[in-house]
Design a protein around this ligand. Structure first.
Ligand code: GLN
Length: 486
């Protein structure tokens, strides 16, 4: 057997498995062979889970051989971002402070995937605690963009996006707080879906900024993103902010009936030429298929980055207090017997966290401190509301009445290593088009423009709350026009 891992999607893996063209075990073995050859140059994985994955694969094959009814994801080899817990496996969030931490339970998404008999090839590299846009903030290694090894894969889910793009997994999970699924998907030429806030349980995801974080799929096609999203979504009593998808009282429109808004604040002069050209072509091809476009305005967009860089660090500083060097202790570093509590905190956090994480903890502690709280944090919450209202107005049928909004994912394609590391502000600016979506809690997907650019370019479709279907339908239409799927 010599299956072409390149063409392996969730959809055709399943067809191959049910038609007995191959076994899950054979494919999984082939993946590990390929990863061992390819990953030393890409560095997408932090940890390989060969033994459990092969065991899960044989179990899937037994079910298939017995003719049992298979779940949509039976035997599918996935890659998992290293901030999502898999019981008994090391989970580091790419931080030295957690280099020896073994997860004591499964995240809800992992439990759901295990229930569908999916399997996990390994844990993928990321920016430390998901803070970054290039995966250069990992404490362990630099992941390279499979399309051009001199460029970054994007971040923070850079390892997951690179693994899928380099055919080292059929699909992957990432997390998105300000763009971390969509931007690396765009840089690596794959599809990335950030679900509506609350659509997927965050239980077992290491929290970065809890009011913004969402787990979502990174896949080769929009169709696959839909399959994986359906497997992980749904209410979970372990996450107080999780919700049941509200689909009643709503008739799904055909893609051709959907009206798409183009916000003028996202098509700005600073937009890279290649990006702007590729996105305009995507718009033109959707127009030819009957989709109607309309210019809209989201006037508060210009405040989104500042607003995010107050709310996010505030939540980061609170969430990361749990890493005090006593719980989740680093075995690598032991202090003297006479160390005081404060000295333990200083040493463990001082050695364990990287510079970007420290910067955000300090910034967050500052904006929450007494005397500054109202001026920064409380104000940012008000601005967040205005940003959300911008979207509400665009979607409101008595105002603009668009169903979906189309924008670029990033102002530029994948940049080179070290291009932005000296200037945090430059790095932060690369997320300008993805952050408003998290502040408003909306679903959004990044889809590669076709034919694929070099380096790849992605466009973003933003939907109404819990209307993942609208953006998925347009995405699937785009892929049909371009013969990616039937
Ligand atoms: N790049 C953004 C940041 O650095 C977003 C990160 C994310 O979505 N996890 O905060």
């Amino acid at each position: 057997m010599n299956t072409n891992l390149k063409n392996l999607t969730i959809k055709n893996f399943r067809e191959g498995l049910t038609e007995k063209k191959f076994s899950a075990f054979e494919i999984t073995e082939e993946y590990f062979k390929y990863i061992e050859k390819k990953d030393p140059e890409t560095n997408a994985y932090l940890l390989l889970l060969k033994e459990p994955a092969l065991k899960q694969a044989s179990e899937a094959d037994v079910k298939a051989a017995k003719g049992e009814k298979l779940a949509p994801l039976t035997g599918i080899p996935l890659a998992i971002k290293d901030n999502i817990l898999i019981e008994n496996e090391i989970t580091t969030s790419a931080s030295k402070i957690l280099e020896n931490y073994k997860a004591s339970y499964d995240a809800t998404v992992i439990k759901k995937l295990k229930n569908e008999d999916a399997l996990f090839l390994g844990k993928t590299n990321m920016d430390e605690f998901a803070m970054g846009s290039s995966t250069e903030n990992s404490a362990f290694k630099k992941t390279k963009n499979p399309h051009d090894l001199s460029r970054v894969p994007g971040g923070s889910s850079g390892g997951s996006a690179a693994a899928v793009a380099a055919d080292m997994a059929v699909a992957a999970l990432g997390s998105d707080t300000g763009g971390s699924i969509r931007q690396p998907a765009s840089f690596c030429g794959v599809v990335g879906l950030k679900p509506t806030y609350g659509a997927v349980s965050r239980y077992g995801l290491m929290a970065m900024a809890s009011s913004l974080d969402q787990i979502g799929p990174i896949t080769k096609t929009v169709e696959d993103a839909e399959i994986l999203f359906n497997a992980i979504k749904g209410f979970d009593s372990m996450d107080a902010t999780s919700a049941q998808l509200q689909t009643t009282g709503y008739k799904q429109k055909k893609p051709e009936e959907l009206v798409v808004g183009l916000p003028k604040e996202y098509f700005i002069e600073g937009l890279d030429n290649q990006t702007s050209k590729a996105i305009n072509e995507a718009i033109e091809s959707l127009k030819k298929s009957g989709i109607k476009f309309k210019e809209i305005s989201l006037p508060y967009t210009k405040y989104a980055l500042s607003c995010y860089y107050i709310i996010m660090p505030a939540e980061v500083s609170a969430n990361l207090t749990r890493f005090d060097g006593i719980r989740y202790a680093r075995i690598a570093s032991r202090g003297s017997q006479t160390e005081s509590l404060k000295e333990i905190y200083f040493r463990q956090r001082g050695e364990g966290f990287g510079p970007e994480v420290k910067r955000r903890i300090i910034l967050g502690t500052f904006v929450l401190s007494s005397g500054y709280y109202d001026a920064y944090y409380a104000k940012a919450q008000k601005v967040r509301k205005l940003i959300k209202e911008d979207f509400d107005k665009a979607f409101d049928s008595s105002e603009n009445g668009v169903d979906v909004i189309l924008t670029p994912v990033s102002p530029t394609p994948a940049f080179h290593f070290n291009e932005k590391t000296d200037d945090p502000l430059k790095m932060y600016l690369s997320d300008i088009f993805t952050i408003p979506v998290n502040l408003a809690g909306l679903p959004a997907i990044s889809i590669p423009t076709r034919p694929m650019e070099s380096p790849p370019v992605g466009f973003q479709l933003i939907g109404k709350h819990f209307r993942e279907n609208d953006i998925l339908e347009i995405g699937k239409l785009y892929e049909r026009i371009n013969n990616i799927t039937q």
